[in-house]
Design a protein around this ligand. Structure first.
Ligand code: ATP
Ligand code: MG
Length: 504
Protein backbone atom coordinates (compact mmCIF):
# COMPACT_ATOMS: atom_id res chain seq x y z
CA UNK A 1 0.00 0.00 0.00
CA UNK A 2 2.63 2.50 1.00
CA UNK A 3 5.04 2.74 -1.89
CA UNK A 4 7.14 5.30 -0.12
CA UNK A 5 9.21 2.81 1.79
CA UNK A 6 11.18 3.51 4.90
CA UNK A 7 12.49 6.97 5.72
CA UNK A 8 15.84 7.78 4.17
CA UNK A 9 19.09 7.79 6.04
CA UNK A 10 20.13 11.34 6.82
CA UNK A 11 23.32 12.56 5.25
CA UNK A 12 25.71 12.31 8.15
CA UNK A 13 28.35 14.68 6.97
CA UNK A 14 29.20 16.11 3.64
CA UNK A 15 32.69 16.06 2.31
CA UNK A 16 32.83 19.72 3.14
CA UNK A 17 32.87 18.90 6.78
CA UNK A 18 30.92 20.80 9.35
CA UNK A 19 27.52 21.62 8.01
CA UNK A 20 26.72 23.73 10.96
CA UNK A 21 29.33 26.21 10.06
CA UNK A 22 27.54 29.40 10.62
CA UNK A 23 30.03 31.88 9.43
CA UNK A 24 28.36 34.73 7.71
CA UNK A 25 24.96 33.19 7.81
CA UNK A 26 22.96 36.05 9.12
CA UNK A 27 22.24 37.90 5.96
CA UNK A 28 21.63 36.06 2.79
CA UNK A 29 22.18 39.09 0.64
CA UNK A 30 25.67 39.50 1.93
CA UNK A 31 26.56 35.92 1.40
CA UNK A 32 25.25 35.66 -2.07
CA UNK A 33 28.35 36.31 -4.04
CA UNK A 34 27.72 38.95 -6.51
CA UNK A 35 29.88 38.37 -9.47
CA UNK A 36 31.21 41.51 -10.99
CA UNK A 37 29.59 40.86 -14.28
CA UNK A 38 26.40 42.16 -15.62
CA UNK A 39 24.42 40.87 -18.44
CA UNK A 40 23.06 43.75 -20.35
CA UNK A 41 20.18 42.56 -22.33
CA UNK A 42 18.10 44.87 -24.28
CA UNK A 43 14.57 43.82 -23.76
CA UNK A 44 12.41 43.69 -26.83
CA UNK A 45 9.45 41.43 -27.25
CA UNK A 46 11.52 38.53 -26.15
CA UNK A 47 14.42 38.38 -23.80
CA UNK A 48 17.70 38.64 -25.50
CA UNK A 49 21.26 38.84 -24.41
CA UNK A 50 23.12 41.83 -25.66
CA UNK A 51 26.54 42.26 -27.01
CA UNK A 52 29.31 43.53 -24.79
CA UNK A 53 29.94 47.02 -23.61
CA UNK A 54 32.87 49.13 -22.44
CA UNK A 55 36.47 49.37 -23.34
CA UNK A 56 38.85 46.52 -23.19
CA UNK A 57 42.55 46.50 -22.70
CA UNK A 58 44.54 43.67 -24.07
CA UNK A 59 47.86 42.68 -22.63
CA UNK A 60 50.13 39.75 -23.18
CA UNK A 61 50.62 37.49 -20.25
CA UNK A 62 53.36 34.95 -20.46
CA UNK A 63 54.40 32.06 -18.28
CA UNK A 64 57.96 31.18 -17.41
CA UNK A 65 58.14 27.50 -16.51
CA UNK A 66 61.54 27.94 -14.83
CA UNK A 67 60.38 30.47 -12.28
CA UNK A 68 56.80 29.21 -12.37
CA UNK A 69 55.68 32.81 -12.61
CA UNK A 70 53.46 34.66 -14.98
CA UNK A 71 54.91 37.65 -16.72
CA UNK A 72 53.08 40.77 -17.71
CA UNK A 73 50.16 39.93 -15.46
CA UNK A 74 48.04 42.83 -14.29
CA UNK A 75 48.44 43.46 -10.60
CA UNK A 76 44.78 42.85 -9.81
CA UNK A 77 44.98 39.43 -11.40
CA UNK A 78 48.15 38.59 -9.51
CA UNK A 79 46.32 39.42 -6.29
CA UNK A 80 43.34 37.28 -7.16
CA UNK A 81 45.63 34.44 -8.13
CA UNK A 82 47.53 34.69 -4.89
CA UNK A 83 44.33 34.19 -2.93
CA UNK A 84 42.88 31.53 -5.20
CA UNK A 85 44.59 28.44 -3.84
CA UNK A 86 45.79 27.52 -7.33
CA UNK A 87 49.10 25.82 -6.65
CA UNK A 88 52.41 26.41 -8.38
CA UNK A 89 52.18 23.01 -10.03
CA UNK A 90 48.68 23.74 -11.24
CA UNK A 91 49.85 26.99 -12.77
CA UNK A 92 52.57 25.04 -14.50
CA UNK A 93 50.23 22.30 -15.61
CA UNK A 94 47.79 24.59 -17.35
CA UNK A 95 48.81 28.24 -17.34
CA UNK A 96 46.34 28.92 -20.12
CA UNK A 97 43.64 27.47 -17.89
CA UNK A 98 44.65 29.89 -15.15
CA UNK A 99 44.28 32.75 -17.60
CA UNK A 100 40.93 31.43 -18.80
CA UNK A 101 39.73 31.25 -15.23
CA UNK A 102 40.99 34.76 -14.48
CA UNK A 103 39.46 36.14 -17.65
CA UNK A 104 36.21 34.49 -16.85
CA UNK A 105 36.27 35.65 -13.27
CA UNK A 106 36.99 39.25 -13.97
CA UNK A 107 35.46 39.83 -17.38
CA UNK A 108 32.76 42.45 -17.54
CA UNK A 109 33.51 43.77 -14.11
CA UNK A 110 34.48 47.17 -15.37
CA UNK A 111 31.85 49.61 -16.40
CA UNK A 112 29.03 47.82 -14.66
CA UNK A 113 28.90 50.24 -11.82
CA UNK A 114 25.91 48.80 -10.09
CA UNK A 115 27.55 47.53 -6.99
CA UNK A 116 28.33 44.11 -8.28
CA UNK A 117 32.01 44.44 -7.60
CA UNK A 118 31.30 43.72 -3.95
CA UNK A 119 31.86 40.18 -5.06
CA UNK A 120 35.53 40.85 -4.69
CA UNK A 121 35.17 40.96 -0.97
CA UNK A 122 32.32 38.50 -0.72
CA UNK A 123 32.11 36.66 2.55
CA UNK A 124 31.73 33.19 1.34
CA UNK A 125 34.62 32.77 -0.99
CA UNK A 126 38.25 33.46 -0.75
CA UNK A 127 41.73 32.08 -0.65
CA UNK A 128 41.62 28.42 0.09
CA UNK A 129 45.31 28.24 0.79
CA UNK A 130 47.68 25.96 -1.04
CA UNK A 131 46.42 22.70 -2.38
CA UNK A 132 47.87 19.35 -3.30
CA UNK A 133 49.70 20.01 -6.49
CA UNK A 134 49.64 18.44 -9.87
CA UNK A 135 52.84 18.02 -11.76
CA UNK A 136 53.56 18.83 -15.32
CA UNK A 137 56.38 20.30 -17.31
CA UNK A 138 54.21 21.92 -19.88
CA UNK A 139 55.57 25.13 -21.25
CA UNK A 140 52.81 27.39 -22.43
CA UNK A 141 53.19 30.78 -23.92
CA UNK A 142 49.93 32.48 -23.31
CA UNK A 143 47.48 34.36 -25.35
CA UNK A 144 46.83 38.05 -24.99
CA UNK A 145 44.25 38.50 -22.35
CA UNK A 146 42.09 41.07 -20.77
CA UNK A 147 43.36 42.34 -17.47
CA UNK A 148 41.30 42.50 -14.37
CA UNK A 149 39.40 45.59 -13.41
CA UNK A 150 40.32 47.66 -10.41
CA UNK A 151 41.88 45.55 -7.70
CA UNK A 152 39.72 44.44 -4.84
CA UNK A 153 39.18 46.94 -2.10
CA UNK A 154 42.18 45.97 -0.03
CA UNK A 155 41.08 43.20 2.24
CA UNK A 156 41.87 39.63 1.23
CA UNK A 157 38.87 37.39 1.00
CA UNK A 158 38.58 35.01 3.91
CA UNK A 159 38.74 31.26 3.70
CA UNK A 160 35.80 29.42 2.31
CA UNK A 161 33.58 28.02 4.99
CA UNK A 162 31.77 24.75 4.48
CA UNK A 163 28.36 25.03 2.93
CA UNK A 164 26.38 26.26 5.89
CA UNK A 165 22.63 25.81 5.79
CA UNK A 166 21.89 29.41 5.12
CA UNK A 167 24.25 29.64 2.19
CA UNK A 168 22.87 26.70 0.34
CA UNK A 169 21.26 28.90 -2.18
CA UNK A 170 23.81 31.60 -2.18
CA UNK A 171 25.91 30.58 -5.10
CA UNK A 172 27.05 33.37 -7.28
CA UNK A 173 25.61 33.85 -10.65
CA UNK A 174 27.73 34.95 -13.46
CA UNK A 175 26.72 37.02 -16.35
CA UNK A 176 29.49 37.74 -18.73
CA UNK A 177 29.96 39.15 -22.10
CA UNK A 178 31.26 37.17 -25.02
CA UNK A 179 34.97 36.63 -25.42
CA UNK A 180 36.73 39.25 -27.42
CA UNK A 181 38.40 38.35 -30.66
CA UNK A 182 41.90 38.89 -29.35
CA UNK A 183 41.72 36.08 -26.84
CA UNK A 184 42.69 33.55 -29.45
CA UNK A 185 45.75 31.38 -28.99
CA UNK A 186 48.47 33.71 -29.93
CA UNK A 187 51.57 31.88 -28.88
CA UNK A 188 54.24 34.46 -28.59
CA UNK A 189 57.40 34.24 -26.56
CA UNK A 190 56.81 33.13 -23.03
CA UNK A 191 57.78 36.25 -21.17
CA UNK A 192 56.99 38.81 -23.77
CA UNK A 193 54.64 41.55 -22.90
CA UNK A 194 53.17 43.39 -25.82
CA UNK A 195 51.86 46.93 -25.64
CA UNK A 196 48.34 47.18 -24.48
CA UNK A 197 45.79 47.76 -27.14
CA UNK A 198 42.42 49.22 -26.65
CA UNK A 199 39.20 48.00 -28.09
CA UNK A 200 36.12 50.04 -28.19
CA UNK A 201 32.92 48.24 -27.54
CA UNK A 202 29.44 49.18 -28.43
CA UNK A 203 27.74 50.93 -25.57
CA UNK A 204 24.28 49.79 -24.58
CA UNK A 205 22.86 51.92 -21.83
CA UNK A 206 21.40 50.24 -18.79
CA UNK A 207 17.70 50.53 -18.30
CA UNK A 208 16.68 53.05 -15.69
CA UNK A 209 14.07 52.30 -13.03
CA UNK A 210 11.46 54.24 -14.90
CA UNK A 211 12.23 52.48 -18.16
CA UNK A 212 11.95 49.14 -16.44
CA UNK A 213 8.68 50.12 -14.82
CA UNK A 214 7.34 51.41 -18.12
CA UNK A 215 8.21 48.10 -19.71
CA UNK A 216 6.76 46.10 -16.85
CA UNK A 217 3.49 48.03 -17.07
CA UNK A 218 2.98 46.49 -20.47
CA UNK A 219 3.48 42.99 -19.13
CA UNK A 220 1.87 42.82 -15.70
CA UNK A 221 -1.78 42.71 -14.67
CA UNK A 222 -3.61 45.82 -13.60
CA UNK A 223 -5.03 45.89 -10.10
CA UNK A 224 -4.27 45.47 -6.45
CA UNK A 225 -3.05 41.96 -5.62
CA UNK A 226 -3.74 42.43 -1.92
CA UNK A 227 -7.44 42.28 -2.78
CA UNK A 228 -6.99 39.04 -4.63
CA UNK A 229 -4.56 37.29 -2.32
CA UNK A 230 -4.64 36.99 1.43
CA UNK A 231 -2.85 35.32 4.35
CA UNK A 232 0.62 36.31 3.21
CA UNK A 233 3.42 34.66 5.10
CA UNK A 234 7.10 35.02 4.40
CA UNK A 235 8.77 31.76 3.44
CA UNK A 236 12.03 32.81 1.97
CA UNK A 237 14.45 35.52 1.08
CA UNK A 238 16.27 35.54 -2.22
CA UNK A 239 18.78 37.95 -3.59
CA UNK A 240 16.17 39.71 -5.63
CA UNK A 241 13.38 39.79 -3.10
CA UNK A 242 11.15 38.14 -0.55
CA UNK A 243 9.01 35.11 -1.23
CA UNK A 244 5.69 34.76 0.61
CA UNK A 245 2.92 32.22 0.47
CA UNK A 246 -0.60 33.48 0.01
CA UNK A 247 -4.09 32.23 -0.66
CA UNK A 248 -5.97 33.23 -3.74
CA UNK A 249 -9.30 34.29 -2.30
CA UNK A 250 -11.46 33.26 -5.24
CA UNK A 251 -10.02 29.77 -5.67
CA UNK A 252 -8.71 29.10 -2.14
CA UNK A 253 -5.51 27.99 -3.88
CA UNK A 254 -2.16 28.49 -2.24
CA UNK A 255 0.38 30.45 -4.27
CA UNK A 256 3.88 31.79 -3.80
CA UNK A 257 4.54 35.47 -4.43
CA UNK A 258 7.98 36.84 -5.07
CA UNK A 259 8.06 40.48 -4.04
CA UNK A 260 10.86 42.50 -5.53
CA UNK A 261 11.84 46.09 -5.14
CA UNK A 262 12.73 47.19 -8.62
CA UNK A 263 15.11 49.95 -7.61
CA UNK A 264 17.13 47.48 -5.55
CA UNK A 265 17.68 45.08 -8.43
CA UNK A 266 21.23 45.11 -9.71
CA UNK A 267 20.13 43.56 -12.98
CA UNK A 268 16.71 44.94 -13.65
CA UNK A 269 16.53 43.52 -17.12
CA UNK A 270 16.66 40.04 -15.71
CA UNK A 271 13.31 40.33 -13.99
CA UNK A 272 11.67 41.31 -17.25
CA UNK A 273 13.43 38.36 -18.83
CA UNK A 274 12.13 36.07 -16.12
CA UNK A 275 8.52 37.21 -16.45
CA UNK A 276 8.49 37.09 -20.22
CA UNK A 277 9.81 33.56 -20.27
CA UNK A 278 7.73 32.26 -17.38
CA UNK A 279 4.55 33.67 -18.88
CA UNK A 280 4.99 31.68 -22.04
CA UNK A 281 6.34 28.48 -20.63
CA UNK A 282 3.85 26.07 -19.16
CA UNK A 283 4.88 22.53 -18.35
CA UNK A 284 4.24 20.10 -15.50
CA UNK A 285 7.96 20.16 -14.63
CA UNK A 286 8.21 23.92 -14.50
CA UNK A 287 7.09 26.18 -11.66
CA UNK A 288 4.18 27.86 -13.35
CA UNK A 289 3.74 31.57 -13.45
CA UNK A 290 0.29 32.70 -12.39
CA UNK A 291 0.31 36.47 -12.57
CA UNK A 292 2.33 39.59 -11.86
CA UNK A 293 1.61 43.07 -10.55
CA UNK A 294 3.25 46.36 -9.97
CA UNK A 295 2.61 47.37 -6.37
CA UNK A 296 3.15 50.88 -5.11
CA UNK A 297 5.89 52.93 -6.66
CA UNK A 298 8.46 50.31 -7.41
CA UNK A 299 7.51 46.84 -6.27
CA UNK A 300 7.01 43.94 -8.57
CA UNK A 301 5.06 40.94 -7.36
CA UNK A 302 5.28 37.71 -9.29
CA UNK A 303 2.62 35.16 -8.39
CA UNK A 304 3.50 31.56 -9.09
CA UNK A 305 2.45 28.12 -8.05
CA UNK A 306 3.55 27.14 -4.59
CA UNK A 307 5.68 24.06 -3.98
CA UNK A 308 5.64 23.14 -0.34
CA UNK A 309 8.46 20.59 -0.45
CA UNK A 310 11.28 23.10 -0.59
CA UNK A 311 14.25 22.93 -2.88
CA UNK A 312 16.18 19.88 -3.99
CA UNK A 313 19.21 21.44 -2.27
CA UNK A 314 17.60 20.78 1.11
CA UNK A 315 17.17 17.14 0.14
CA UNK A 316 20.65 16.60 -1.28
CA UNK A 317 22.40 18.28 1.62
CA UNK A 318 20.41 16.61 4.37
CA UNK A 319 19.57 13.14 3.11
CA UNK A 320 20.97 10.30 1.04
CA UNK A 321 19.08 9.63 -2.15
CA UNK A 322 19.07 6.20 -3.70
CA UNK A 323 19.53 5.63 -7.42
CA UNK A 324 15.82 5.14 -7.98
CA UNK A 325 15.10 8.54 -6.50
CA UNK A 326 17.98 10.15 -8.38
CA UNK A 327 16.75 8.61 -11.62
CA UNK A 328 13.24 9.92 -10.97
CA UNK A 329 14.43 13.48 -10.32
CA UNK A 330 16.76 13.34 -13.34
CA UNK A 331 13.90 12.18 -15.56
CA UNK A 332 11.60 14.97 -14.40
CA UNK A 333 14.32 17.56 -14.97
CA UNK A 334 15.09 16.15 -18.40
CA UNK A 335 11.42 16.46 -19.28
CA UNK A 336 11.58 20.14 -18.35
CA UNK A 337 14.78 20.58 -20.36
CA UNK A 338 13.42 18.75 -23.38
CA UNK A 339 10.48 21.12 -23.36
CA UNK A 340 12.59 24.24 -22.86
CA UNK A 341 15.13 23.29 -25.50
CA UNK A 342 12.39 22.43 -27.99
CA UNK A 343 11.17 25.98 -27.38
CA UNK A 344 14.63 27.42 -27.94
CA UNK A 345 15.11 28.31 -24.31
CA UNK A 346 18.35 27.53 -22.50
CA UNK A 347 17.88 27.72 -18.73
CA UNK A 348 21.59 28.25 -17.94
CA UNK A 349 21.28 27.96 -14.19
CA UNK A 350 20.39 24.32 -13.61
CA UNK A 351 21.29 23.32 -10.04
CA UNK A 352 19.50 21.79 -7.08
CA UNK A 353 18.62 25.22 -5.71
CA UNK A 354 16.46 25.83 -8.74
CA UNK A 355 14.50 22.59 -8.46
CA UNK A 356 11.47 22.90 -6.21
CA UNK A 357 9.58 19.91 -4.89
CA UNK A 358 5.95 19.27 -4.13
CA UNK A 359 5.14 17.32 -0.99
CA UNK A 360 3.89 14.51 -3.21
CA UNK A 361 7.24 14.42 -5.01
CA UNK A 362 6.55 16.72 -7.94
CA UNK A 363 9.79 18.05 -9.38
CA UNK A 364 9.74 21.50 -10.95
CA UNK A 365 12.31 23.78 -12.42
CA UNK A 366 12.32 27.44 -11.43
CA UNK A 367 14.36 30.63 -11.68
CA UNK A 368 14.29 31.77 -15.25
CA UNK A 369 16.17 34.99 -14.69
CA UNK A 370 19.16 33.79 -16.62
CA UNK A 371 17.57 31.84 -19.39
CA UNK A 372 18.24 32.72 -22.96
CA UNK A 373 16.06 32.46 -25.97
CA UNK A 374 17.76 31.22 -29.05
CA UNK A 375 16.52 31.04 -32.59
CA UNK A 376 17.20 28.20 -35.01
CA UNK A 377 19.36 30.51 -37.12
CA UNK A 378 21.28 31.83 -34.17
CA UNK A 379 21.41 28.82 -31.96
CA UNK A 380 24.61 29.45 -30.10
CA UNK A 381 25.37 31.82 -27.28
CA UNK A 382 28.57 33.12 -25.89
CA UNK A 383 27.32 35.28 -23.06
CA UNK A 384 28.23 33.50 -19.88
CA UNK A 385 25.77 33.16 -17.09
CA UNK A 386 25.01 30.61 -14.43
CA UNK A 387 26.67 29.46 -11.27
CA UNK A 388 30.34 28.55 -11.63
CA UNK A 389 30.33 25.12 -10.03
CA UNK A 390 27.60 23.87 -12.35
CA UNK A 391 29.03 25.45 -15.46
CA UNK A 392 29.99 23.47 -18.52
CA UNK A 393 33.63 23.70 -19.62
CA UNK A 394 32.62 25.31 -22.90
CA UNK A 395 31.08 28.15 -20.89
CA UNK A 396 34.09 28.54 -18.61
CA UNK A 397 36.51 28.57 -21.52
CA UNK A 398 34.32 31.12 -23.22
CA UNK A 399 33.36 29.19 -26.28
CA UNK A 400 30.07 29.37 -28.03
CA UNK A 401 27.51 27.15 -26.45
CA UNK A 402 23.99 25.87 -26.86
CA UNK A 403 21.29 24.03 -24.90
CA UNK A 404 23.70 21.27 -23.95
CA UNK A 405 25.15 23.44 -21.20
CA UNK A 406 21.95 22.56 -19.30
CA UNK A 407 22.72 18.87 -19.77
CA UNK A 408 26.17 19.33 -18.26
CA UNK A 409 24.68 21.20 -15.31
CA UNK A 410 22.16 18.41 -14.87
CA UNK A 411 25.10 16.00 -14.64
CA UNK A 412 26.62 18.18 -11.93
CA UNK A 413 23.26 18.22 -10.19
CA UNK A 414 23.22 14.42 -10.34
CA UNK A 415 26.57 14.51 -8.53
CA UNK A 416 24.93 16.75 -5.94
CA UNK A 417 22.30 14.07 -5.48
CA UNK A 418 25.04 11.53 -4.82
CA UNK A 419 27.56 13.56 -2.87
CA UNK A 420 25.50 16.40 -1.43
CA UNK A 421 27.30 19.11 -3.32
CA UNK A 422 28.86 19.82 -6.70
CA UNK A 423 32.56 19.19 -7.32
CA UNK A 424 34.90 21.94 -6.15
CA UNK A 425 32.24 23.69 -4.03
CA UNK A 426 34.77 24.31 -1.28
CA UNK A 427 37.31 25.71 -3.63
CA UNK A 428 37.88 29.35 -4.20
CA UNK A 429 35.72 30.11 -7.27
CA UNK A 430 38.74 31.08 -9.30
CA UNK A 431 40.34 27.71 -8.62
CA UNK A 432 37.02 26.00 -9.30
CA UNK A 433 36.93 27.66 -12.70
CA UNK A 434 40.50 26.58 -13.30
CA UNK A 435 39.65 23.00 -12.34
CA UNK A 436 36.60 22.88 -14.59
CA UNK A 437 38.64 24.22 -17.50
CA UNK A 438 41.56 21.89 -16.77
CA UNK A 439 39.96 18.66 -15.63
CA UNK A 440 36.82 18.64 -17.72
CA UNK A 441 34.62 15.79 -16.58
CA UNK A 442 34.89 15.72 -12.79
CA UNK A 443 35.66 12.57 -10.88
CA UNK A 444 33.30 10.99 -8.40
CA UNK A 445 34.32 10.53 -4.77
CA UNK A 446 33.26 6.89 -4.64
CA UNK A 447 32.53 5.66 -8.14
CA UNK A 448 32.46 2.05 -6.96
CA UNK A 449 29.28 2.76 -5.05
CA UNK A 450 27.31 3.58 -8.17
CA UNK A 451 25.72 1.23 -10.66
CA UNK A 452 27.22 0.89 -14.11
CA UNK A 453 24.17 2.37 -15.76
CA UNK A 454 24.16 5.39 -13.46
CA UNK A 455 27.83 6.00 -14.14
CA UNK A 456 27.12 5.77 -17.84
CA UNK A 457 24.32 8.31 -17.46
CA UNK A 458 26.70 10.68 -15.67
CA UNK A 459 29.33 10.15 -18.34
CA UNK A 460 26.81 11.06 -21.03
CA UNK A 461 25.76 14.24 -19.25
CA UNK A 462 29.31 15.23 -18.37
CA UNK A 463 30.76 14.62 -21.82
CA UNK A 464 33.35 17.27 -22.63
CA UNK A 465 32.75 17.11 -26.36
CA UNK A 466 29.55 19.04 -26.88
CA UNK A 467 28.84 17.23 -30.14
CA UNK A 468 29.00 13.91 -28.38
CA UNK A 469 27.05 15.07 -25.33
CA UNK A 470 23.51 13.84 -25.68
CA UNK A 471 20.48 16.07 -25.74
CA UNK A 472 17.51 15.89 -23.38
CA UNK A 473 15.34 13.80 -25.72
CA UNK A 474 18.04 11.21 -26.22
CA UNK A 475 18.91 11.08 -22.53
CA UNK A 476 15.27 10.44 -21.68
CA UNK A 477 15.81 7.05 -23.35
CA UNK A 478 18.79 6.22 -21.15
CA UNK A 479 18.44 2.86 -19.33
CA UNK A 480 19.29 4.54 -16.02
CA UNK A 481 15.94 6.29 -16.05
CA UNK A 482 14.18 2.91 -16.08
CA UNK A 483 15.37 2.61 -12.50
CA UNK A 484 13.17 5.58 -11.54
CA UNK A 485 11.30 5.10 -8.30
CA UNK A 486 7.80 6.55 -7.97
CA UNK A 487 7.86 10.27 -7.30
CA UNK A 488 6.10 9.64 -4.02
CA UNK A 489 9.35 8.02 -2.84
CA UNK A 490 10.71 11.56 -2.57
CA UNK A 491 8.24 12.50 0.16
CA UNK A 492 10.16 10.84 3.00
CA UNK A 493 13.31 12.62 1.83
CA UNK A 494 11.51 15.94 1.86
CA UNK A 495 10.14 15.30 5.34
CA UNK A 496 13.55 14.23 6.60
CA UNK A 497 15.17 17.32 5.10
CA UNK A 498 12.57 19.53 6.75
CA UNK A 499 13.16 17.84 10.07
CA UNK A 500 16.91 18.27 9.78
CA UNK A 501 16.49 21.91 8.81
CA UNK A 502 14.41 22.40 11.94
CA UNK A 503 17.27 21.07 14.02
CA UNK A 504 19.85 23.43 12.58
P1 ATP B 1 17.11 34.89 -6.72
O1 ATP B 1 16.19 33.96 -7.45
O2 ATP B 1 16.47 36.18 -6.37
O3 ATP B 1 18.44 35.02 -7.31
P2 ATP B 1 17.06 32.92 -4.74
O4 ATP B 1 16.93 31.91 -5.83
O5 ATP B 1 18.06 32.69 -3.69
O6 ATP B 1 17.36 34.30 -5.31
P3 ATP B 1 14.21 33.07 -4.51
O7 ATP B 1 14.05 32.47 -5.84
O8 ATP B 1 13.70 34.44 -4.29
O9 ATP B 1 15.70 33.09 -4.03
O10 ATP B 1 13.59 32.12 -3.44
C1 ATP B 1 13.68 32.38 -2.05
C2 ATP B 1 13.18 31.19 -1.29
O11 ATP B 1 11.81 30.94 -1.56
C3 ATP B 1 13.90 29.91 -1.63
O12 ATP B 1 14.13 29.19 -0.45
C4 ATP B 1 12.97 29.14 -2.51
O13 ATP B 1 13.12 27.76 -2.35
C5 ATP B 1 11.60 29.62 -2.01
N1 ATP B 1 10.67 29.65 -3.13
C6 ATP B 1 10.81 30.35 -4.27
N2 ATP B 1 9.78 30.14 -5.09
C7 ATP B 1 8.98 29.24 -4.48
C8 ATP B 1 7.74 28.58 -4.85
N3 ATP B 1 7.16 28.81 -6.03
N4 ATP B 1 7.21 27.72 -3.98
C9 ATP B 1 7.81 27.49 -2.79
N5 ATP B 1 8.96 28.05 -2.39
C10 ATP B 1 9.54 28.93 -3.22
MG1 MG C 1 15.59 31.94 -7.08
Amino acid sequence: MDERGPPPPPRVASKSGDKNGTSASSDKKEKKIVWPFGRKNQVKDRPEISSPVDFEHTVHVGFDPHTGEFTGMPEAWAKLLLNSGISAAEKKKNPQGVIKALEFYTANSSGIGDGETKFMTAQRYGGAGSRPSLSSDTFTPLAPVRPAPQPPSGESPPDIPPRPPATKKSDGKIALKPPIATTSHDASSANQASPATEQKRQKKPKMSDSEVIAHLKQIVSVGDPTRKYTKMEKIGQGASGTVVTAMEISTVQQVAIKQMNISQQPKKELIINEILVMKEIKHPNIVNYVDSYLVGESELWVVMEYLAGGSLTDVVTETCMNEGQIAAVSRECLQALEFLHANQVIHRDIKSDNILLGMDGQVKLTDFGFCAQITPEQNKRSTMVGTPYWMAPEVVTRKQYGPKVDIWSLGIMAIEMVEGEPPYLNENPLRALYLIATNGTPELQNPEKLSKTFKDFLTQCLEMDVEKRKGATELLQHPFLRKSAPLSSLTPLILAAKEMAGKH
